[in-house]
Ligand binder design. Structure first.
Ligand SMILES: Cc1cc2nc3c(=O)[nH]c(=O)nc-3n(C[C@H](O)[C@H](O)[C@H](O)COP(=O)(O)O)c2cc1C
Length: 174
């Protein structure tokens, strides 16, 4: 486990959220867990399955997580937006681990609409308010240099780091 005690957890169907997760992990020196599910989500029928899962608020069947979120001070969870909602694999992860989060943050990638409703859902699923949240449009990620992506994420990372520093101060004073 990294010394910073931050875990980035994400699901990504087409790589956009993955790119955000990797950039965040490098900026925060965090460990990374990719959520994988057993459902075929490629192509037109896969797309439809994603929409149906979101409409029905159905958690996906996911591969058991390799890393224990209770071992981290901060878990930052990322999702693509599907039909104005959180993706079903992330829905499943949050439900399965809701008792294990000490502190949580959220990020999402999207075409343009639905982030606020998805963040509200994520908060309810996790049973915890996030210390910070960040939405990024796919167009701001795709084909963009790593340095530009870091600049884009800097305010979010700054907020997360301020919270981390606060947790360390609390630990030292105990
Ligand atoms: C099934 C499906 C539904 C989507 N619904 C929305 C939506 O409601 N609002 C939105 O802004 N983008 C929507 N998108 C676009 C994705 O959120 C966006 O492309 C995202 O960056 C994909 O992330 P990924 O590459 O990590 O899978 C949808 C994409 C899919 C596949």
């Amino acid at each position: 486990m990294s010394e910073s005690r931050v875990l980035i957890v994400f699901f990504s169907r087409t790589g956009t959220t993955h790119m955000l997760a990797s950039t965040l992990a490098s900026m925060l020196s965090a460990d990374v867990e990719e959520i994988c599910d057993y459902t075929e989500r490629r192509g037109a029928s896969g797309y439809l399955r994603c929409v149906m899962d979101s409409w029905r608020k159905r958690p996906a069947e996911i591969v058991p997580a390799g890393l224990d979120p209770s071992q981290y001070d901060l878990v930052v969870v990322g999702t693509p937006i599907w039909a104005g909602a959180v993706s079903s694999p992330v829905r499943a992860y949050l439900l399965q681990n809701r008792t294990k989060f000490r502190h949580i943050g959220f990020f999402c990638s999207l075409g343009g609409l639905g982030a606020e409703a998805a963040f509200d859902e994520m908060r309810a699923l996790a049973g915890k308010a996030p210390v910070a949240q960040c939405k990024v449009r796919a167009a701001q990620v795709q084909g963009v240099a790593a340095a530009s992506l870091e600049r884009l994420l800097e305010p979010f990372v700054g907020e997360l780091k301020r919270h981390l520093a606060h947790y360390q101060t609390l630990e030292w004073s105990c």
